[in-house]
Each structure stands twice: as C-alpha cells, then as structure tokens.
Design a protein around this ligand. Structure first.
Ligand code: FES
Length: 284
C-alpha cells in the first residue's frame, strides 16, 4: 500500500517542548522488524533520510501517563524507511519508520499500538547516508530486519538511474512483505548452499562503487576483513555503515551509544553517526 493512501483520523502536531506528536496510520511486523506508517505535520526536516532516526516515547498519551508512567523510561529509536510529502487533502506527511529490535519490550509496546494512536517523537536525528555524485553501482548489505532503514538510499540510487544489488544475510526465503517492499529494479541475493557468506560479500564489494551496510555490531570485523580481501585496503568513501548502537538520548548526553573508532578513540553514535565510513571504525 502506498504511504499516501493511508488515511488518518487525528491531526498530528508540533508540541511546545520541541517534540512532535504523530498518528499511527499502520503497523506491521516484517522479517523480524517493526514497520510503522506515521502521519506527521508538514514541515519536519527530511533530507537526507536513510540512516536518520526518531526517538519514540513509549507511554500512553494522557497527561497523567506522561508525568507518572516510567515503565519504559527510555525512548526507542525508529529509523526512517520512507517519506511522502503532505497531500492537499489532509496536509500531513507520511513517514515509514522501522525498528529491527522486536525482542525489546519498548518496541513491542509500540508494535501493539492501535491504528490512529498518537506517538510522541523527537527527530529526525543523526546524519544519514549520502550518495556521492558519481555513484552508479550501489551494493546494500544487510540483515532482513535492518534493510528497511536503507530503503531511502536504494530509491535515491534508482531514481538516479543507477544499479542496486542487495545482499541479505538470510538462509530462509525472503518474506513476501519484504519482497514487496524492495523495489523491483533491485537485484536481491542472499545466503545459499554452495557459496559462503564471505564469498558473496566479497563479490558485491568488488562490484560496487559504494556500499551501504546495516548489520549487527558483531559483523564489523568480518566486514573489514572482506573489504581488505576484495579491495586490498579499506578505501575511504567506499563502505558506509549504519552502526548498531544503543540510541537513547539522541543528543550526546548519556554516552549509551559509544562506538569504537579505528584511531583507538570512542565516539557518540547518536550525534556523530549513526552512519560512519568503515575506514573510521574499529573491528570491535
Ligand atoms: S544516545 Fe545518549 S549520548 Fe548517544
């Protein structure tokens, strides 16, 4: 279903405290991820999109609950998976937001919200993937649960007339919902008997002008090794990673999101990422 076809009964609004209250137009579980379509008031900043995130408050929208219910005291990140401009009919923007963390109790609480329920958000936050001007061949490497966060980048590449190969870290056949979400013009590969994940990864790394990844943090070391094998060195600008970190405050204050860097230091993923050049990341 197209984002613009989803009707909303309530009006989303900007709040005095700098947050924004959206309205849930649909919620789906797909390939281990939550996919929300949320209506937001026109005027939310939206460029660039892939890799950026909102932080969602997990609480009922009542005055009492806002002040007293701290069951889920921390906001949960929802990554941008798509955006449609406001229509003349209702003047609201439609955003597709996603979380790969279905095992998290707060994300589960969000997933159970009914259609037309309000959702309080901060964002969009963080930097995003930027396609270098001369890119013609984009490789996307991801788990099925995380790939929706790269959809805006995939569409941007196709709109430019480039080619996109998607390599999914999945043994089982791809869920129909996910297949429908991935543009037909993309070439989708996944793990299969007879060829190792490493060999497939090296294949797309050798083919691509630019690579975008959304993988668990434990995969960073393997990714670095595969790039060194396929390209002899980790070229700056080649591989951009949506880093798997705990995004909590979004403003660099709590230090929950620290990510190790190749220079031996640590950085705050929420404000300096969550997208990083692989050349800057440590193996972890
Ligand atoms: S999420 Fe709090 S410092 Fe990054």
């Amino acid at each position: 279903m197209k984002l613009t076809q989803l009707p909303v009964m309530r009006q989303p609004a900007f709040e005095d405290d700098g947050t924004v209250t959206g309205v849930i137009a649909s919620a789906r579980i797909m390939a281990g991820s939550l996919l929300f379509t949320v209506a937001l008031p026109a005027g939310v900043v939206h460029e660039p999109l892939a890799g950026r995130y909102f932080l969602a408050r997990c609480v009922e929208p009542t005055e009492w609950a806002r002040s007293h219910d701290w069951t889920f005291s921390l906001r949960r990140p929802l990554f941008v998976a798509g955006w449609r401009p406001a229509t003349a009919a209702d003047g609201v923007e439609r955003w597709l937001l996603t979380s790969p963390q279905l095992e998290d109790s707060g994300v589960n609480w969000l997933a159970a919200r009914p259609t037309d329920a309000p959702i309080n958000l901060v964002g969009p936050l963080g930097n995003g993937f930027v396609l270098p001007p001369r890119t013609r061949q984009l490789a996307v490497v991801s788990e099925p649960a995380r790939v929706a966060a790269l959809l805006p980048l995939i569409h941007a590449m196709l709109d430019r007339g480039g080619r996109v190969v998607i390599l999914l870290q999945a043994h089982n056949s791809i869920e129909p919902l996910l297949r429908d979400l991935l543009p037909l013009a993309t070439e989708v590969h996944q793990e299969a008997p007879g060829m190792s994940w490493r060999a497939r990864l090296q294949g797309v790394l050798a083919w691509a002008d630019v690579v975008a990844t959304a993988l668990p943090a434990r995969e960073t070391a393997g990714l670095l090794e595969a790039v060194q094998t396929a390209r002899l060195r980790v070229e700056r600008g080649l591989v951009h990673c949506l880093v798997d970190a705990r995004l909590v405050c979004g403003y660099g204050a709590c230090l929950a999101c620290l990510t190790p860097l190749a220079n031996g230091r640590w950085t705050r993923t929420c404000v300096h990422g969550p997208v990083f050049d692989l050349a800057d990341l440590a193996a972890g």
